[in-house]
Design a protein around this ligand. Structure first.
Ligand code: G3P
Length: 219
C-alpha cells in the first residue's frame, strides 16, 4: 500500500520524507491556504522535494477555466497530479484531460457511482473521503470496501486513494480492505508509531542495561 502525506507544509513534508515511507503528497485548498500567500512557491517547492505524485487541486469553478487551470498545474512538474472535485459539469472536462494525458485525482467522492463514472473515464486516482462520511453518520469504510470490489470486478486501472483519514483505525482498515493508497495527515502517522508497550518495553530494557554499569555494548 502506498502512503501519501496529506499536507502542504514543507517542513512536515521534509520530516516525513526522511522516513523513507512517503510515496507522494496530497494538498487541497484548505491545506494550501494555511501556508500563506506564496502558494506558487509552496507548490513548486513541494513538487521538487517529493519524488512521487503530488496532487494539487484546481480552484477555478467554470468548466473551461478548470480545464485551463488543470493544464497549468500539470505543466508545473512531471509528478504534478491535478485534483478535481467530482461534479457532473466537470465530466466532459475530465474526459478531455484524460485524453490529453493529464494525471487526475478526483476528489470529494462520496458514493460508488461517482467513483464508477470517473473510473470509466480513466482517471489515475479516486479519493473517497472516509472521515467526512463518518461525520454525517455514514460508514466511510463501507465505501472503501465497495470501491475495492468495483475496481477488481471491472479491472479498472484506477488507484483508490483513501482520504479524509482522521484516526489510526481508518488507515488500518483501508490497508486491510485493499485501498491502493492512504493519504495520511502527519499526526496520524505519529499516532500509529506509538504503542504504550513499545514505550514501556524500551524503558525496561534501558533500566536493565544500566544495572550492568557498562558504557559500550561491544567493549
Ligand atoms: O485528503 C483529504 C483531506 O485533506 C480532507 O480531510 O479531515 O478535512 O476531511 P478532512
Amino acid at each position: 500500500m502506498k502512503l501519501f502525506l496529506d499536507s502542504a507544509n514543507r517542513k512536515e513534508i521534509e520530516k516525513y520524507l526522511a522516513t523513507g515511507l512517503v510515496d507522494g503528497v496530497t494538498t487541497n485548498p484548505s491545506l494550501l491556504s494555511a501556508q500563506g500567500q506564496n502558494t506558487k512557491e509552496v507548490i513548486l517547492d513541494i513538487l521538487r522535494m517529493v519524488p512521487g505524485d503530488v496532487s494539487i487541486e484546481v480552484v477555478e469553478k467554470a468548466p473551461d477555466a478548470v480545464y485551463t487551470q488543470a493544464h497549468q498545474i500539470a505543466k508545473l512538474g512531471d509528478n504534478a497530479v491535478v485534483k478535481i472535485p467530482f461534479a457532473f459539469e466537470y465530466l466532459p472536462v475530465i474526459a478531455k484531460l484524460v485524453g490529453d494525458g493529464v494525471k487526475l485525482n478526483i476528489t470529494l467522492v462520496f458514493n460508488l457511482l461517482q467513483a464508477l463514472m470517473v473510473a470509466k473515464l480513466g482517471v489515475t486516482y479516486i479519493s473517497p473521503f472516509i472521515g467526512r462520511l463518518d461525520d454525517i453518520g455514514a460508514d466511510g469504510m463501507v465505501l472503501i470496501e465497495d470501491l475495492v470490489t468495483l475496481k477488481d470486478q471491472y479491472d479498472f486501472p484506477v488507484e483508490i486513494l483513501a482520504a479524509s483519514i482522521r484516526h489510526v483505525m481508518h488507515w488500518e482498515r483501508a490497508a486491510l480492505l485493499g485501498a491502493d493508497v492512504a493519504t495520511v495527515p502527519p499526526a496520524i502517522i505519529e499516532a500509529a508509531c506509538k504503542h504504550p508497550l513499545t514505550e514501556s518495553g524500551i524503558k525496561k530494557f534501558d533500566e536493565d542495561w544500566k544495572k550492568l554499569g557498562k558504557q559500550n555494548l561491544l567493549d
